[in-house]
Structures are given as structure tokens and as C-alpha cells.
Ligand binder design. Structure first.
Ligand code: SAJ
Length: 409
């Protein structure tokens, strides 16, 4: 089965290479540079196993900017959030479907993996395909792998498959690379499932963040409280932090609610999580209250621990707010190579600063010794992830403030 994969990004490229283990695959991307760098062997993605897989399937995978006919088409283009309207920007999806419609023939398989609002398959995608050819086997199969575990999750996670009924057999053949169960449903439900999963996580993180702020006011250590509460067989509270980042959880709740929805909890959770960088700035402000023109070192700009991905990182929101407040900000992240702000080695980033703000739960930060902070002008730390060895640092005379530990109220 010859398969075309449209969009060679974080999801498209790993999917294309996994498919190429069994099929002839053509990757189509409108970005000429992306296609050229791929031809040069530079995958531009930090994914374990991806380079080896690329080498293994090289003779069954080609990348190009031009659409071509195939037996199956998998669309994995981005669906960004229209920041002004808080609705999905479906222009890439529409363009990808229209380009497939130019070459698709009756009886062939079209799969949309891009995350889309409920109803998009029925209202936008399927009508374009129906005008192009009859009896298209259509499925919406949203991807749910996480960055830097993408191949492992793509080959083991269950999949939700929303088909128009004709796609079932072809879908089993297409996703033969996964050991996960295929959960069959209709496209609209599949669209909803993906958004509900990420929205549920966003709401749960918002609750943890709310608990952290409440605990500070009440004088309780939220981390100890959560640990004990989670011993209950039906309670599983997540961890508070500096806010929610990543490409999906920050956008998917808006795809679910759409413009004008009557949903209240979902937008509120977004608001609570987006407000966390401001709350963290308040903790930093307390630490540097006595300093004229404070200098702040940010430790960690990846959106979560042990990854290099900075998409929608709460660190970005924090840094802009800190700079607007008149602070000088330096940045260090042991995992990140490319970022909007200059990245410094740890000692240089900390040198001459008044507060070190830990924003990402990288393992490297867990055991930072008191000597790490020797070069600071004023030795204070704000730990938003409850990560550091607080007692050891405090014994060495360093002022440590921990989000939610009950001492900020
Ligand atoms: N976070 C917290 N506290 C927690 C857990 C996470 O503050 O207890 C923060 C993280 O630091 C990060 C953000 O939330 O900034 C999101 O991280 P995550 O690990 O919850 O999720 P993602 O964005 O890496 O991946 C999610 C996953 N969805 C679910 O777990 C329901 C993944 O399976 C999806 O494939 C992915 O979104 C996606 O692409 O949709």
C-alpha cells in the first residue's frame, strides 16, 4: 500500500517512518527547507530512536513538496489556536484536504490525525473529499503520543478511530505498527475524545494549582497534603507548577468549547493555569523586594521536565512579565538548544543575580548543591516544582521559597 503523509512535523515524520516499515511512504510538506534538510538526513526532532528508524526505512521513504496519488493519505498538519478568537485555525487542515482531493480516487483511505474541533470531519473534511471521489474510506485518528517518547507511545498506545464505516479494514492494515487496541467509533466522537482527554488534564492541573495557592493562604504544605490525599483509593491529585505548556493542552480546551460555548469550568481552568506565571512573579517579588533593579535567573525553559520542547512554555510568560516588571532575566536550560532568549551555562546564568527561579522539573535540578548558587548577588530561590533539596539549601543560608509550601500566606 503506497501511503502519503501530509505534514512532516512532530507527529507526521515519526508516523511516516513507522508506516515505512511496511509500506512505501511519500512525505509531503509545503516547507521546502524541511524537505531539503530531511533529504540531508537532518530530522530536526529530538526523538529517541528516530534517526535509527530513518536509516532503517530510508529506501521506502521519500519527502517532497508536491502531492502525488497513493492508496492511503494521512494528514498530520498543525492546527494552531487563533489567539485572538480562541478558536482552531483550520487553514492547514483545509489546504491539506484540498490537496489530497486533487489526486484521491474512489475507494481509497483518507485519515486525519490532526487535532480538530468536534464536527470538523463532517462539516469541513468529508464534503471536500465527497466532491472529489465516491466511496472514500475516511477516519479521524487523533494522535496522543508525548514528545520525546513519541515512537514508544505510537507503537504501544491505544488509538481512537472515528470512521465512516468504510475505513475499518484499511485502518487495521495502516496501523499494523501499533500493539495498542483500536477503539472504533464515529469521527465526531473521536474528535471529542482527544479534546476531552487533554481538557481533563488541564482542569486537573488547574485544581492542583488552586490547591497550592489556597494552601499558601492557609499555611499548609500542599505537597505533603497531596501526597497524603493521594493515598485515598479514589483520589489522584496532580502536581502544582508554574502553569501549563506544550502545544496541545494549552489549545485543545479551546477547540472543545469553541467560540460562544456555555462551558464555564474549562475556560476557568485555562485562566487559572495561564495566571500561574503571574503568581510565580509575586513569589519572586517577595524575595527581591529589598533589591534595586533585581536580576533573576530562570532555571528551565522547557515546558516540562527532561524534554527540550519549549512550545507554549509557561517560562515564556514568566520571562515577559519579569522583564516588564523591570527585572533583568538570564536563562539556563540543560536540555534546550534553541530558544527566543539567549541560553547561558548554569554558572553564567546565576552570576550576579538575586533570585533563581526553577520553572522546569528537569532531573538535573534535583540535587543542586548550595555551592551552585555561590555566584549570586543575593542567594534566594523560588522553586515552583518542589524539586530542590530545600533543607540542605536552607542550612547553607539560602532563602528558599516553594510554591504551595504554606509559608507565603
Ligand atoms: N503539568 C503540571 N502538573 C502535573 C502534570 C503536568 O503542571 O501534574 C504541566 C507540565 O509541566 C506541562 C503541562 O502540564 O507544562 C503539560 O504536560 P503533560 O505531561 O500533562 O502533557 P503533554 O502536553 O506533554 O502531552 C499531552 C498528553 N495528554 C494527556 O496526558 C491527556 C499526551 O498524551 C498528548 O498526546 C499530548 O498532550 C498531545 O499532543 O495532545
Amino acid at each position: 500500500m503506497k501511503t502519503v503523509v501530509v505534514g512532516l512535523g512532530h507527529i507526521g515524520l515519526p508516523t511516516a517512518l513507522l508506516l515505512a516499515q511496511q509500506h512505501e511512504v511519500v512525505g509531503v510538506d509545503t516547507d521546502e527547507t524541511r524537505v531539503r534538510t530531511l533529504a540531508d538526513g537532518d530530522l530536526l526532532l529530538d526523538e529517541p530512536g528516530l534517526d535509527a528508524l530513518y536509516a532503517e526505512v530510508a529506501d521506502r521513504f521519500t519527502a517532497t513538496t508536491a502531492m502525488e496519488p497513493a492508496d492511503a493519505y494521512v494528514i498530520t498538519v498543525p492546527t494552531p489556536l487563533d489567539q485572538q478568537e480562541n478558536v482552531a485555525d483550520l487553514r492547514h487542515v483545509r489546504a491539506a484536504v484540498e490537496s489530497v482531493a486533487e489526486v484521491v480516487s474512489s475507494g481509497e483511505l483518507v485519515v486525519v490525525e490532526s487535532t480538530v474541533p468536534p464536527g470538523t470531519s463532517e462539516r469541513l473534511v468529508q464534503p471536500i473529499l465527497a466532491d472529489a471521489a465516491t466511496d472514500i474510506a475516511y477516519a479521524h485518528c487523533p494522535e496522543r503520543a508525548i514528545p520525546e517518547r513519541t515512537l514508544a507511545e505510537m507503537t504501544t498506545n491505544d488509538r481512537v478511530v472515528g470512521t465512516n464505516g468504510q475505513a475499518t479494514e484499511a485502518i487495521r492494515d495502516l496501523y499494523a505498527f501499533t500493539d495498542g487496541t483500536l477503539h472504533l467509533t464515529d469521527p465526531r466522537t473521536a474528535e471529542f475524545v482527544k479534546l476531552a482527554e487533554n481538557t481533563s488534564r488541564d482542569v486537573e492541573i488547574a485544581l492542583a494549582n488552586e490547591f497550592a495557592k489556597l494552601a499558601d493562604g492557609i499555611g499548609v504544605d500542599v505537597h505533603e497534603a497531596i501526597e497524603i490525599a493521594n493515598e485515598h483509593p479514589r483520589v489522584d491529585i496532580l502536581d502544582p507548577g508554574p502553569g501549563v505548556g506544550g502545544h496541545c493542552i494549552t489549545t485543545d480546551p479551546w477547540f472543545l468549547t469553541g467560540a460562544g460555548s456555555e462551558a464555564r469550568l474549562v475556560p476557568l481552568a485555562r485562566d487559572i493555569n495561564d495566571g500561574m506565571p503571574d503568581h510565580v512573579l509575586g513569589l519572586v517579588r517577595e524575595q527581591v523586594a529589598h533589591v534595586r533593579r533585581p536580576r533573576v535567573a530562570v532555571l528551565g525553559v522547557a515546558y516540562k521536565g527532561n524534554v527540550s520542547d519549549t512550545r507554549e512554555t509557561p517560562a515564556g510568560r514568566f520571562i515577559r512579565r519579569a522583564e516588564n516588571a523591570g527585572y533583568e532575566v538570564s536563562v539556563h536550560d540543560p536540555h534546550v538548544e534553541r530558544y527566543d532568549e539567549p541560553l547561558l551555562d548554569r554558572a553564567t546564568a546565576l552570576e550576579g543575580t538575586d533570585c533563581a527561579v526553577v520553572l522546569t522539573d528537569h532531573d538535573e535540578f534535583r540535587e543542586l548543591s548550595p555551592a551552585t548558587f555561590d555566584g549570586m548577588r543575593t542567594r534566594t530561590i523560588v522553586d515552583t516544582r518542589n524539586l530542590l533539596a530545600h533543607d540542605t539549601l536552607r542550612e547553607a543560608g539560602i532563602e528558599v521559597s516553594v510554591l504551595g509550601d504554606g509559608t507565603q500566606g
